[in-house]
Write a protein that binds this ligand. Structure first.
Ligand SMILES: [Mg+2]
Length: 446
């Protein structure tokens, strides 16, 4: 008699918030006081191996409870499913979650519900990689082109990329993959740092951290801009002075501007030689990005951390609206949709420079860039993953930076697992940190 198949027994959720707003870490022109948070999900099974699938969505504080509720609304799709089937074909759960006809009304494929799908789908991939005893990037690079393409939902993108073309791109990407995997293990994947450039930091702190970034081996930094032009001119001059002419400096407006304003403001900063301007305007404004790109050249235009799905990315590429495509591991519907986006970027020849930072976004997205390098685009030229040196200590398998490069993860999984003690301390509002903090607030108010 064959043994009873193991199944998913629980989808547990946690509202985890870190009090980052107190140090102005993460402050930018649109988000002056973020408390970096994770709507966190754990898939538990009745398998003897004790392995769990961990995933999360990043938010910046208030509303993290809404995000958690959205994940809870997906539970019935996952609890009771066979673990072997789920892990052999995460695309099925991805399609089931996106295809929930009642929940789909809340999107479709955008916003809180879609991010919740991403958290659950990513947790499935984490479990699949742990069971395969491989880091996720390696699970993906070892997979056949046909299987990878079976994981992609081509609905709404087939006019730009067919499954046959995707197989062709992945077959071509396999040439030389073993050599690139060896290079990756030896050298890592290039990163750039945003840590010096938060809007709330003093010029002294900006200078110190910018110099430190160069000393640490980074070849690119990024500055937040868009609140006040005179301040931005001063800060860009300060940063450029600190890093010298040979280091790239990107600027990031976090959607602050109208189209015309984006062009004027970027031109006003052009003398400091910004490499790209990021999120100049609304992430939904495809044609606006195209106009900005024309208006600010040779400064490049980058966006993606708030682009809600593969369909908008498709249009940005079709319209020639961006020079740099910034995937985010926890904004869209998880690994499956990010595979679609990486394939679209490869088809259009646009480099992918992921958004990261937040809570655990560096940990996740490094796997996707490493797959892209080894088995799809085949290059790290003009490709860098954002790096922010916050909150990594809360993860079991944190990113390791060496000479400005992300070291290739070796532990099985998606590097998504948070330390249990961190979950216990920062769960909102009952974890030990928040319980004490809220009690002292009450005391102060009395
Ligand atoms: Mg950004």
């Amino acid at each position: 008699m064959s043994p009873t198949p193991t199944r998913v027994t629980a989808v547990d959720t946690y509202d985890i918030r870190f009090p980052t707003s107190r140090e102005l870490d993460g402050s930018d022109a649109m988000n002056p006081d973020p408390d970096y948070s994770a709507a966190y999900v754990v898939l538990r099974t009745d398998a003897d191996d004790g392995l769990e699938g961990h995933g999360f969505t990043f938010t910046i504080g208030r509303g993290n409870d809404v995000q958690v509720a959205a994940i809870q609304a997906l539970r019935h799709h996952v609890v009771g499913r066979r673990v072997d089937e789920l892990c052999a074909d995460p695309g099925t759960v991805n399609r089931d979650l996106i295809g929930d006809s009642q929940l789909r009304w809340l999107g479709p494929e955008k916003g809180v519900m879609h991010m919740a799908i991403g958290a659950v789908v990513n947790a499935v991939w984490d479990l699949a990689a742990k069971r395969a005893r491989k880091p996720l990037w390696q699970l993906l690079t070892d997979a056949t082109p046909e299987w990878l393409v079976s994981q992609v939902d081509f609905r709404y993108i087939a006019d730009a990329l067919t499954p046959e073309e995707a197989v062709g791109l992945l077959r071509a990407g396999r040439e030389g993959a073993a050599g690139r995997a060896a290079t990756l293990r030896e050298r890592g994947f290039p990163g750039y740092t945003t840590s010096p450039g938060w809007l709330g930091y003093s010029d002294e702190k900006l200078t110190r951290l910018a110099r430190q970034a160069v000393a640490d081996g980074f070849t690119q930094i990024k500055l937040k801009v868009g609140a006040d032009l005179a301040d931005d001119i001063r800060r860009c001059r300060t940063a450029r002075g600190a890093i010298g002419p040979g280091i790239r400096m990107a600027i990031d407006a976090n959607q602050r501007w109208n189209v015309g304003e984006a062009v004027e403001w970027t031109r006003a900063l052009a003398e400091f030689d910004p490499y790209w301007v990021e999120e100049p305007t609304s992430p939904d404004d495809v044609l606006g990005h195209a106009a900005i790109r024309t208006g600010v050249a040779p400064v490049k235009v980058a966006t993606g951390e708030h682009v809600q799905n593969r369909i908008v990315f498709k249009q940005l590429l079709q319209a020639g609206a961006i020079d740099i495509l910034q995937i985010d591991a926890a904004r869209v519907g998880g690994v499956n949709e990010n595979l679609a986006i990486l394939l679209l970027a490869a088809k259009f020849g646009v480099p992918v420079c992921p958004h990261a930072g937040g809570v655990g976004l560096c940990e996740l997205v490094q796997h996707l860039s490493m797959f892209d390098y080894v088995a799809l685009s085949g290059t790290t030229e003009n490709r860098v993953i954002e790096y922010v040196d916050h909150l990594h200590q809360h993860f079991i398998d944190p990113v390791v930076m060496r000479a400005g490069h992300y070291t290739a993860p070796t532990a099985p999984g998606f590097s998504a697992t948070m330390r249990p003690e961190s979950i216990a301390e920062f769960t909102y509002p009952g974890g030990s940190f928040w319980a004490a903090d809220l009690a002292s607030d009450k005391g102060a108010a009395a």
